[in-house]
Design a protein around this ligand. Structure first.
Ligand code: ZN
Length: 283
């Protein structure tokens, strides 16, 4: 590994909830009684709720299939998009925001619909303070070393001051819809310097490929809630990171013919990496 690891971390880690829940001694075999679970689950809250699949979005299934008032029943924290791919969605503290391709943030009406979204009820299991500069790659590698396993989902919230954030949003498309790759060719890119705000997103395990975006998927909202988008790159100055262990995944599939009749066979992993990542970063 040629990665030159800088020591940029200061305070680390409070395991707050869930994971220290005692196993029922009576029900457990004696040999396992001392093994505390790495990840315990609150069945009602530790669910990543997803509308549709990333493969359907890649294929241009952009028609709304769930209202935001319905989506809000499944989580107070999340990311996604809108009917017709009309911008990037951020849900923070139970409030939905629409970051359109004009760079502005719009309120979201409960009757508006999403074709694809991921939400959960955010209850952090791990909190980390970072008081030194770190770029996206450094922070992500560090977080991977802190989570108990890459094999479950995590909701990740990063509040702080960012030296740099680069985001994008996508312009609304009209039916018949193009693929996501075609639509993203017309994306707007925004750059922010010395900006306070919040990154909202998820880690999904590699095996979720096809259903969700494997690895990290982050959206950003600035402190004044006036700008943001799908994150392409960032460098933090100082930040607090909160991670919610999410061992349950619930996927709701659209019932309309656009989804049901679309060809969702085959892997689109390479295309997905292209549309979700920074075009200026060599991969
Ligand atoms: Zn996104």
């Amino acid at each position: 590994m040629k990665e030159n690891y800088r020591i940029w971390l200061v305070a680390i880690a409070l395991i707050l909830t869930g994971s220290l829940a005692p196993a029922s001694a009576a029900a457990s075999p004696a040999s396992l009684a001392s093994e505390a679970p790495l990840v315990a689950s609150d069945a009602s809250k530790d669910v990543l709720f997803q509308e549709s699949t990333i493969t359907a979005l890649m294929q241009g299934v952009f028609n709304g299939s769930m209202t935001f008032s319905e989506l809000g029943k499944h989580g107070d924290f999340g990311i996604g998009t809108f009917e017709g791919l009309d911008g990037e969605m951020v849900e923070l503290d139970g409030q939905f925001y629409q970051v359109k391709a004009d760079g502005k943030v719009y309120p979201v009406n409960g009757s508006m619909e999403t074709p694809f979204a991921d939400v959960t009820f955010f209850e952090p299991d791990l909190k980390i303070s970072i008081n030194n500069s770190a770029n996206q790659t450094e922070l992500q590698k560090y977080l991977e070393a802190q989570i108990p396993s890459p094999n479950i989902f995590y909701a990740i919230r990063i509040d702080g001051t960012f030296d740099y954030v680069k985001t994008r949003s996508v312009p609304a498309q009209n039916p018949p819809y193009p693929t996501l790759t075609e639509a993203v060719a017309h994306q707007s890119v925004f750059e922010f310097h010395n900006q306070s705000g919040t990154i909202v997103g998820f880690w999904s395990p590699a095996y979720a490929n096809g259903a969700n975006v494997p690895g990290y998927h982050f959206h950003f909202l600035n402190e004044n809630r006036t700008a943001g988008g799908h994150v392409l790159d960032f460098t933090i100055k100082n930040a607090s990171v909160a991670i919610d262990y999410t061992p349950q995944f619930f996927m709701n599939l659209p019932a309309d013919k656009d989804f049901l009749q679309e060809d969702l066979t085959g892997s689109k992993e390479e295309d997905l990496q292209k549309v979700e990542s920074n075009p200026d970063k060599a991969k």
